[in-house]
Design a binder for this molecule. Sequence first.
Ligand code: FES
Ligand code: FES
Length: 160
Amino acid sequence: MSTSNPQAVTLNVNGVPYPVAIDTSRTLSTVLRNELGLTGTKEGCDDCECGACMVLLDGRPINSCSYLAVQTQGREVTTVEGLASQDDLAPLQRNILAAGGVQCGFCTPGMLMSATALLDENPTPTEEEIRIGLSGNLCRCTGYARILDSVIQTSVEINS
Ligand code: FES
Ligand code: FES
């Protein structure tokens, strides 16, 4: 049964304040996609299993399909749209493309957000640490190796 309980809130996403009136039961992923037009965040399983909906909340990765949008008030949400600058892709984005780590691309935004959080916290992760950092993100296409390579390459660039 759906409820209707709209509340005026301001969501801070990628450094931009978005005033919206939303039902308090709505998830962050649906609000990002349907109210704010930030469709880079994907909805796959809608059950905290696939990681396609991963965003950063105050720099930490969360599954936005399982987080209420109203709970993010006063906090900073970063989505895949917030990674690139106006002129250039982020190094991780460039590297995942160059490594062939994008096929259908459905998992890519979530992968990028988890990898960004990992490298922010640990700029020199081991391969095992990268695997653990990306363990909440499923990819049906690539076999993961090329995605792993792109995170390693980005780590090398960060530290050179
Ligand atoms: S859509 Fe959120 S974890 Fe799958
Ligand atoms: S590239 Fe298709 S699911 Fe990962």
